[in-house]
Every structure is written in C-alpha cells, then in structure tokens.
Design a protein around this ligand. Sequence first.
Ligand SMILES: Cc1ncc(C[n+]2csc(CCOP(=O)(O)OP(=O)(O)O)c2C)c(N)n1
Length: 410
Amino acid sequence: MQITAGPLLNTINTPQDLKKVSREQLHQVCNELRQYIIDVVSIHGGHFSASLGVVELSVALHYVYNTPYDQLVWDVGHQAYGHKILTGRREQFVTNRKYKGLSGFPKRSESEYDTFGVGHSSTSISAALGMAMAAKYKGENRKSVAIIGDGSMTAGMAFEAMNHAGIADSDVLIILNDNNMSIDPNVGALREYLTDISTSPTYNKVRDEIWSLMGKLPIGKNFTREMASKMEASVKGVVSKSSNIFEALQLRYFGPIDGHNIANLVDTLKDLKEIPGPKLLHIITVKGKGYALAEKDQTKWHAPGLFDKLTGEIIKKKIETPQPPKYQDVFGHSIVELAKVNPQIMGVTPAMPSGSSLKFMMDEMPHRAFDVGICEQHAVTLSAGLATQGIKVFCKFKNYLSYFVWIALV
Ligand SMILES: Cc1ncc(C[n+]2csc(CCOP(=O)(O)OP(=O)(O)O)c2C)c(N)n1
C-alpha cells in the first residue's frame, strides 16, 4: 500500500529544507511527521511510542542545529524515526528493519546524520562528550548533543559520562527526555528524584522567574544572556546546588520544560546553543504522544507489531499450526512455580520485566523479584552478592538474546 507523507513534510528532504519552513508552520511539520510515523509503523512494524514522544524534539533539533556538522547522538536509537525521516530517508522509511532496508537504529554507514551506532542503551553521553572533546582539540565550533531517556539515564555508564563531562570543559548538551517510562515504568530513586524536581514549587518558581527575565530584559541579546546566566547561577545556586544532582556534577541544569511545545523548544535550544560548557536540558514528554491508545498503555505500544491504526487492533500473524508458548513466558511461569517451593529463589531483571516475563514473579512475589533499571552490570553483581548469602538468583536480561544468568555460589 502506498503511504504518502503530508504536503509540507513531503517537501522536506533535508534539514536545510526544514530550516526554510516558518516558525508558525513547525506545528504542521510535527503533525505530519507524527502521522507519517503512525501510518508507516502500523503497516510495516517497528518501535512506535518512543518516536512519537520526541517528534517536537526531533524537529526542533534539526531546525536549530546545523546538522550533520553539529552532532546529534540518540541514545538506544529506537526513538530516532523522526530524525531519519527528516534527514533524507522519508521514502525509504517503509523499508525500516527489513532485509536491505533501513536499520531500526541510527547507523553510521547509513547516513552522515547518524553520528553513532546504537542499539544498546546509555552510551550517548560518553559518545557526545568524545565528539565535543575532539571538536575542542581540533578548534572546531561544532556542537554535540546527547538525547537520552530517563530509563537509559539509570545506567552507570550515563553517570560515568556525566561525572567526566562536569570537569571536561567541553561544549556538550545532554537532553534528558523524561517520559517516566523505560519499556515498563521506569524504576529507582532517580525516577522519584526527577518527579520531585519536575513538581517542586520552589525550584520551578526560581526557574520560571529567571527564564521570563531572560526574555524581558530590554538590552542586547548577548548581554541579556550573560546577565541572566550570572543571576541564574547565584539565585538557582541557593536552591539547587545541594538539591540538584546534575548541578552537583557541575552540569548546568535547565528545565524542566514541556517537550511538546515546539516554539518553546526552538527558543530554548537556540539559547542553549550560545551557552558554552557542559549542560543538561530536562524536557518532559509523553511516550506515545498523539496516539491515544499508546499514551494509555505505554508498555504495550513500545513495539506493538503491526496494527490497525484506526481501531488500534494489533494484528496477530496468521499461523495455521498451533505454536508453542513463548520462551520468556515458559521462564516466567516456571520461576514462579519453583519459587513457590524453594524460598531461596529470587529474580532480578535490568529493565526487562515484560520482555523477560519476570513480571509474573514481580507481581506475585514483589519482595523476591526486582527490576533494577537499565543496569546490567549492577544486576549481575547484585545477583552475585545475593548468591554469596545462599540465595539462588535468576537474573534475566532481554528476551530476544534468549539468555539469562543463573547465579548461585558453587
Ligand atoms: C543495555 C540495554 N539494556 C536494555 C535495553 C532494552 N531497551 C531498549 S529501549 C529501553 C527503554 C529505554 O527507556 P528510555 O531511555 O527512557 O527511552 P524511552 O523508550 O522511554 O523513550 C530498554 C530497556 C537496551 N536497548 N540496552
């Protein structure tokens, strides 16, 4: 079936074309981009709700930054469909994840706009920092931006990179795309911290005052920014230095802002482009934005397979012969059965409760089965720690790799 993009999106073959669009028309670009992703993914499959959540961000980034000279690094890359469509791959997008077609993730050999090969999570900050350090060393003025979800931010590697970025004196922007979801609901203390910071009245009051002042000062643009940043540092420091984890790591923290407000996103990115050094912009988005069913059941619509976009019915493959149960479901039910008779058994998963079906045990025995976030190295070492105490741990990763680690002290 022929799928055609909307009339405005159809004229955008490169980010240079996008830059010719007026600010007022950016809404239309976003609507058409969102619709095109829905149209194609419903018929050809792939990841779904993550890309819908960053439609405005994808448009704003390519509108403001001089890509591919400026480097965008998408973490995991399952949310980069909008980026692919805006960077010369609109028509090829129907071949997404097919033999000889587009990769479902950014891939350096596929496009000069894909700056880093991804798939596994939490690598973007390290990669973007490396790019920023190289630019500084070579005396180039290119910008580097890492776009990372709150799920991927739970990994140690993201913190290792921020710990370095804070002292590296390089021009890197980290955009934290906070939708409160991993594949399943995000977990851990960081999740609670991000919710707190997004809803803290003191923090938001100070932030709003500074940002509105930035816009109101009737003086030259650079002077405004300089003044605003000095003020921000002094005022925000009072409330945030000790209470903001990113500021404590010496990253300047901006936000949280609404990641679906395209005009505000464009203005904010333009401002941040002029602010040197390591910084983090916290945006709040809704995973699945614009497709009501996906907004409601975000885990199911992470990668739903083919579906009828009008009714939302997921189209099951027509298979004549009865199929065996799924590998992960056999695991999920078996571990519950075994755990019922053996109190020494526990389960651990790094952010794959649904994918590994450990969620059956998490639901039934919440004190014996845990999602620890996207933290494989922690998950395994935690399991090893439990095993030293005689616990028999099933540590279950992604289902499609079909492996799990069975840890017991021998
Ligand atoms: C190291 C690693 N572990 C697990 C996964 C499986 N995985 C793919 S996307 C994802 C959730 C990512 O959440 P987030 O970064 O918040 O992005 P969102 O999908 O919410 O936009 C997970 C766990 C992975 N890609 N890499």
